[in-house]
Structure formats: C-alpha cells, structure tokens
Design a protein around this ligand. Structure first.
Ligand code: G3P
Length: 221
C-alpha cells in the first residue's frame, strides 16, 4: 500500500520524506489555505521534494476553467496529478486531461456509484473520504470495501476500472490498518496520524532500559 501525506506543510513533508515513508502527497484548497504564503511557491516546492505523485486541486467549478487550471498546475512538475471534484464538469475534465496524458485524481467521493463513474471516466486515483462519512454516523470503511469489491470484479477484464483507491479523510491509525486489510492501493495521511503510527510506549520504555543498562558498562562503542 502506498502512503501519501495529506498536507501542504513543507516541514512535515521534508520530515517524513527523509524517513523514506512517502510515496506521494495530496493537497486540497483548505490545506493550501492553512499554510498561507504563496501557494504557487509551495506547490512548486512540494513537486521538487517528492518524487512520487503530487495531487494539486483545481478551484474552478466549470469544465473549461478546470482544464485551464489543470494544465497550469501540471506545469509545476511532471509528477503533478490534477485533482478535480466529483461533479459532471469534473468528470468531463477528467476524461479530457487523461486523454492528454495528464493524470487525474477525482476527489470528494462518498458513494460506490461515484467511485465507479470516476474510474470509468479514466481517473488514475479516486478519493473516497471516509472520516467525513464516519462524522455523519456512516461507516466510511464500508465504502472502501464496496469499491474494492467492485473494482476487483473487473480486474481481469478491459481497463474500465483501473483507478487506484486513494483512501482520504483518514482520522486515526486504525483507519490505516483497515484500509490495508481491505487492500486499498493508497492511504493519504495527515502528519499527526503518521506520527501516531510511529509510536509505541513499549518502544520508548525498551529504549530507555537499553540505554540505562549500557551506561552501567561505562564503555563507548
Ligand atoms: O485531502 C482530502 C481529505 O483527506 C480531507 O480530509 O480530514 O478534511 O475530511 P478531512
């Protein structure tokens, strides 16, 4: 399973990239806005730091604006994936950009039908938002199970459903384990979730004990 970081924060991106953990980045207009500064500089810098796919989102809501913005976003780097919303114009833009060799991530997916249609229109990634479904009392992970089942049903046939399932709106480490058990292709994680995945109290206690035992030797390495 690929791990993407869901942020536009350069410090977090560098931190986890230096550990070799990042296969890509996803951003959205809210995440860009949170960072402030010049979004163009930030987007360009992200595409330089990260070798893998970097999703940058359009803000236009109509087809021609999405195409124009998508082409501009793509100029930030060859690894840019254009993120478009799951709307009729978004799917039309997905089809067009894909036909020009520009990969697309269709975002704001909340149902298996939306996933199926986004895949049909040629998306490289489809982004179901599981945390936001949990927030309204639905089981977000069930959506991932359904989409995986549907795509797997056709995996040996033509290339209608070749989109990768990019699990988004992840809120905690259990979401990551569940997504991996289901076989999702990608999870995109807020930095805080990735931090939590690294930690275990027994690791900290174990390290403390190793170091205090070694000190008793009064020797160097
Ligand atoms: O990048 C999109 C998605 O991950 C947003 O998550 O926490 O705002 O629902 P959230």
């Amino acid at each position: 399973m690929k791990i993407f970081l869901d942020t536009a924060n350069l410090e977090s991106i560098r931190k986890f990239n230096d550990m070799g953990l990042l296969d890509g980045i996803t951003t959205n207009p809210s995440l860009m806005s949170k960072e402030g500064g010049n979004p163009k500089d930030i987007m360009e810098e992200i595409t330089k730091i990260i070798k893998g796919d970097v999703s940058l989102e359009v803000v236009s809501t109509e087809y021609s604006g999405m195409i124009e913005e998508g082409k501009r976003l793509r100029q930030y780097g060859k690894n840019v994936v254009v993120k478009v919303p799951m709307t009729p114009d978004g799917l039309k833009a997905c089809k067009h950009l894909t036909s020009e060799g520009i990969p697309v991530n269709v975002t704001l997916i909340f149902s298996p039908n939306q996933a199926l249609l986004a895949a049909k229109s040629g998306a490289k990634y489809i982004s179901p938002f599981i945390g936001r479904l949990d927030d309204i009392g639905k089981d977000g992970m069930n959506l991932i199970r359904d989409i995986k089942k549907i795509f797997d049903n056709y995996k040996d046939e033509d290339d209608d459903f070749k989109a990768q399932i990019l699990v988004a709106s992840i809120r905690h480490p259990i979401h990551v384990i569940d997504a991996a058990k289901i076989g999702a292709h990608v999870v995109t994680l807020p930095p805080a979730v990735l931090d939590k995945m690294l930690q275990h109290p027994l690791t900290d206690i174990g390290l403390e004990n190793f170091l205090s035992d070694w000190k008793k030797l009064k020797a160097g390495i």
